[in-house]
Design a protein. Structure first.
Length: 287
């Protein structure tokens, strides 16, 4: 077991990902699938135009908008289950923090193409991206609910910058488009019951097709500055927290947000983001 854990850690360290096949039982996936499909159907009704025109994912699955108390308890317990926590702690051994959940599915329009990206490109310009891939640690844990084509990754790009080919395709420069093939891409088909763990900042793309429906759990190192990505409604309130077998992942998030309550203050024409201490969340988890 220790040797296997070391192999997984080495794979993530060197390649930026690892896969554990048949990690979850059919019963575990069936229970999770039932809850996720309930969320998905309600989300599609509320976002009908967006879903029909361009959507390929949704987020905030643990929030209160679509799921009731019991389903949220079950979902939180899955996210913080021993199997998930064991995988998380292979990559983030100290104080991992729950960030968010995302659900990935096939777009409605068949002409919509899968595309290469780094997650950090949606928040930072190129120069900051070059720094972020070395300084931060955001991890996706992907749980496919049906057999699917899976992911395509560029191994090692969680630690290095793009080649000219990678950059031109990912950023759609010099006449290239982000759906084109990239040299060195590694396709990883996934089956229901598998777990794929990968760095958010490596170059990757989801592969559309089959019955694609995959739950992604996002976590990060508490030393990183991602507290403003945590949605309050997606964290368990005290009553739910008391029904979670191992709430560490969420307590870490609540405590981090309690230390750095983000607020905006106007200063002339500029807006300044500052962090202020607020202990209300810490008090809440001790109720």
């Amino acid at each position: 077991m220790v040797r296997h854990q070391h192999q997984l850690q080495s794979s993530y360290e060197e390649q930026g990902y690892f896969v554990i096949r048949n990690y979850f039982t059919a019963s575990e996936i069936s229970s999770l699938r039932e809850i996720i499909l309930k969320f998905h159907e309600l989300w599609k009704k509320d976002n009908a135009e967006f879903y029909q025109e361009e959507a390929f994912n949704s987020s905030l699955i643990t929030g209160s908008q679509y799921l009731g108390f019991n389903d949220r308890v079950t979902l939180f317990n899955f996210i913080s289950s021993k199997k998930i926590m064991n995988a998380v702690e292979l990559v983030i051994p100290t104080n991992p923090v729950f960030m968010n959940t995302q659900l990935f599915f096939n777009p409605v329009k068949p002409q919509q193409r899968d595309f290469w990206h780094r997650d950090c490109q949606y928040d930072h310009d190129v120069e900051i991206q070059k720094k972020v891939i070395h300084d931060t640690q955001v991890v996706h844990l992907r749980v496919p609910l049906f057999d699917e084509l899976g992911m395509e990754l560029i191994p090692g790009t969680h630690k290095r910058w793009d080649t000219a080919e990678e950059f031109d395709i990912r950023q759609e420069e010099n006449g290239h488009e982000s759906h084109e093939d990239i040299s060195g891409g590694k396709k990883i088909p996934l089956a229901a019951g598998d777990l794929l763990v990968f760095s958010a900042d490596m170059i990757h793309r989801g592969l559309y097709g089959l019955d694609r429906l995959a739950l992604d759990i996002l976590t990060f190192d508490s030393a990183a500055d991602f507290v403003d990505y945590i949605d309050d409604d997606c964290l368990p309130e005290p009553l739910i927290l008391n029904n979670i077998d191992d709430p560490r992942l969420f307590i870490n998030a609540i405590e981090l947000k309690s230390k750095y309550a983000l607020y905006e203050s106007d200063c002339g024409s500029e807006k300044i983001n500052e962090y202020v201490y607020d202990n209300t969340a810490i008090e809440a988890v001790t109720l």
